[in-house]
Design a protein around this ligand. Structure first.
Ligand code: SAM
Ligand code: SF4
Length: 361
């Protein structure tokens, strides 16, 4: 992330303090093309949710019965979506695109969307986060369409446990998807794992052994209060420190040298390298002060933060005939009001109404 000095208050390093819901009232937004906020952060990484639907039902994300899916006419069409992405890349300085969901592989026309993004100038870096179902037959085509990198979510290597966590018996599909993605040259290929106490917390070492053995880069993510059921409890969350302590029983970990930049993961070299493991301590080791993200939901709402309780409606502008510069201005205004931090530790923290599966993780 490139920080601009706006002469504004800066966040303390590592800080996540501050309200999530109250827009920060402050000075007028400077007349810059980029997505700057009042704390000197610049958003260059756009997370795009392609759908809120999913074919798994991970317990930390959705209830067993699923959710009321977004009506089709509320979801942006491919054309509308590509127009907004084009505004972000050509007018707002966005350099990285990550497609997510819900399950992004469920979005019809995904390959065409990727190809349209790959044709933009300057060419953005294009990645995707998926649960891996159906990836086996799609991986080569996704790479051909312009996908650069992939994260596959995998919380356990045990079939029964996989079924318990995702409420579907699909571990074999995910593993086949990983193999196909590797063969398609989608590198570095990353695995996202969420550990939960009493569920899969004992698998940290097994997951890392699996990743090291197959050349995948593992990222552990602390469980966040973003589940649709609002059932998250701090006590059930396995902290970054606990994950590192478990891994150190079997591996020598050394902090990765060099600047971490805006990357949420703290990186560690495993047994002298070159393999690395990442730990994303979103709750206990927040990185809000370096956040470079902006988010677009499948129904065209800009969110300045995963935990924001307010949104800016670009769909209504788009469908109302707004020009590109008007849309760009609304997006800049939305990001200017970004709160300093997620505020999970604040006594008045309110979990956003929109769950992770509809925001895009
Ligand atoms: N369905 C795709 C998948 O699972 O990879 C993409 C969407 S999913 C919301 C993106 C990532 O968010 C996954 O790695 C998932 O494990 C993670 N995730 C979902 N709910 C979470 C939560 N409450 N806390 C932390 N990570 C979560
Ligand atoms: Fe679906 Fe991903 Fe949520 Fe699991 S984490 S239910 S795969 S959206």
């Amino acid at each position: 992330m490139t920080a601009v000095d706006l002469g504004m208050p800066r966040l303390p390093t590592g800080g996540a303090a501050g309200p999530t819901s109250t827009p920060v009232v402050g000075p007028a937004r400077p007349d810059t093309p980029e997505l700057v906020d009042q704390f000197g952060r610049v958003a260059t990484d756009l997370r795009i949710s392609l759908t809120d639907r999913c074919n798994l039902r991970c317990t930390y994300c959705m209830p067993a019965e699923g959710l009321d899916w977004m009506p089709g006419d509320e979801r942006l069409s491919d054309r509308e979506l590509i127009r907004l992405i084009t505004v972000a890349v050509t007018r707002l300085g966005v350099r990285e695109l990550r497609f997510t969901g819900g399950e992004p592989l469920l979005r019809r026309g995904l390959e065409d969307i990727l190809a349209a993004c790959a044709a933009l100038l300057p060419r953005p870096d294009i990645s995707l986060t998926t649960n891996g179902i159906g990836l086996e037959r799609r991986a080569a085509g996704l790479a051909e369409a312009g996908l650069d990198r992939l994260n596959v979510s995998l919380d356990t290597l045990r079939r029964e446990r996989f079924q318990e966590i995702t409420r579907r018996d699909r571990l074999a599909d995910v593993l086949a998807g990983l193999t196909a993605a590797k063969a398609a040259g989608l590198a570095p290929l990353k695995i996202n794992s969420v550990l939960m106490r009493g569920v899969n917390a004992d698998e940290a070492v097994d997951l890392l052994e699996f990743a090291v053995g197959n050349g995948y880069e593992l990222r552990f993510i602390e469980q966040m209060p973003l589940d649709a059921q609002h059932g998250w409890k701090r006590a059930g969350m396995v902290s970054a420190q606990e994950i590192l302590d478990s891994l150190r029983t079997a591996f020598a970990l050394r902090p990765e040298a060099g600047e971490r930049g805006a990357a949420p993961a703290e990186l560690w070299t495993v047994d002298g390298g070159p393999v690395r493991v990442g730990v994303i301590g979103a709750v206990t080791r927040p990185f809000c002060d370096r956040c470079d993200r902006t988010r677009l939901t499948a129904d065209g709402q800009v969110r300045s933060c995963l935990f924001a309780t307010g949104e800016t409606d670009l769909r209504v502008l788009l469908r109302g005939g707004a020009g590109d510069e008007e849309i760009a201005r609304a997006w800049r205004d939305a990001m200017w009001a970004k709160a300093p931090g997620h505020g999970i530790d604040d006594p008045d923290f309110v979990q956003p109404h929109r769950p992770m599966s509809a925001i895009g993780g």
